[in-house]
Design a protein around this ligand. Sequence first.
Ligand SMILES: NC(=O)c1ccc[n+]([C@@H]2O[C@H](COP(=O)([O-])OP(=O)(O)OC[C@H]3O[C@@H](n4cnc5c(N)ncnc54)[C@H](O)[C@@H]3O)[C@@H](O)[C@H]2O)c1
Ligand SMILES: [Zn+2]
Ligand SMILES: [Zn+2]
Length: 387
Amino acid sequence: MLALTYQGSKDVRVETVPDPVLMADDDIILRVTATAICGSDLHIYRGKIPMMKDGDILGHEFMGVVEDVGVGVTRVQRGDRVVIPFVIACGACFYCNKSLFAGCENTNPGRGAILNKKSATAGAGLFGYSHLYGGYPGGQAEFVRVPKANVGPIKIPDVLSDEQVLFLSDILPTGYQAAVNAQLGPGSSVAILGAGPVGLMAAASAKFLGAEKIFMIDHHAYRLAFARDTYGVIPINFDEDDDPADTILKATGGHGVDATIDAVGFEAKGSALESALTAVKLEGSSGQALRQCIAATRRGGVVSVPGVYAGFIHGFLFGDAFEKGLIFKMGQTHAQLYMPELLEHIGNGMLKPEVIITHRMPLSDARKGYEIFEKKEQDCRKVVLTP
Ligand SMILES: NC(=O)c1ccc[n+]([C@@H]2O[C@H](COP(=O)([O-])OP(=O)(O)OC[C@H]3O[C@@H](n4cnc5c(N)ncnc54)[C@H](O)[C@@H]3O)[C@@H](O)[C@H]2O)c1
Ligand SMILES: [Zn+2]
Ligand SMILES: [Zn+2]
């Protein structure tokens, strides 16, 4: 089969690789009909995620048709159309029983990404996301093996198209979890940093939950303009305004917003010092987006972080967060928890995640897709690949 493989920093290639086979009783083999490139894939693409091996198949946002089932699979049948969550969860462990699926203790034979780990268990395995997360082959491929098929896959009614439901695999639940974690409700104010796919899904979710005022910060004018036109956000371009947090404070009577959502993560732009320190590995992450979040949130408010972080940040103003009495919520998305309700809201027309798609290409052009998405060329917001 054809699959998009990692071959080193900025080098991904579509290659012919062996077809996947069933390995456990509760596995299925999925024939992929649509798959997307995620901002998380860009961290891998830029060589920033450790424990990638040459030839690893990428991709954790995918859906398709069940081609083959293990003898223990009861939830789906051959021929069913399903979306697969990017988190692989057993459904039965200590954390799965708390619906904290991204903490599943039974699916990651790797070590996970906690630095000061001691004897803690690793978090869940993830598709196509390095050997830290189990080394599972991803779904930017013609076929993929899906473990724990009695827990993850969700069946899709025929009336809904692939594009309407594909983002249930990751970015829609991620944006939604970010908005729920931010404790948004009718009348809330929120600032979302990052107008990429995750930030846009957070904006859609914030609106859906009734937020009244949504600021959005990025430096890609075309992404901000789309968010303004689609979700009614107040855009702030940090190339033109070098202190968005202060602008937000001034626009909210000096208080700040009820919540901020960091949909940027550890590669945030804006601090030359941190970029230099990170390059020589004296710094783990850029703290730029988090500092803006802490500064822009009102006392007692929430900083919600869907953006991915790894390791340490020196310039993290924990004392400011303490003084303001802030609440922090973050982490990988417990996708399985939110997929059923979000599918319902796609079905009833309340959520239309597919509107962010700008690029549709065959899987064979995936290398080009990565280039365009990474460089933000052609006003790219989201790339969907079809095998
Ligand atoms: N928690 C999860 O489970 C989960 C799931 C999916 C993605 N993610 C993470 O979410 C983040 C965003 O993903 P995406 O697909 O939207 O990626 P993306 O790269 O397309 O978007 C990131 C956006 O942030 C902007 N940005 C950079 N520095 C900024 C700054 N200092 N202030 C404001 N904006 C800034 C960029 O210009 C870009 O538009 C990534 O870190 C990704 O790994 C997390
Ligand atoms: Zn993703
Ligand atoms: Zn589990």
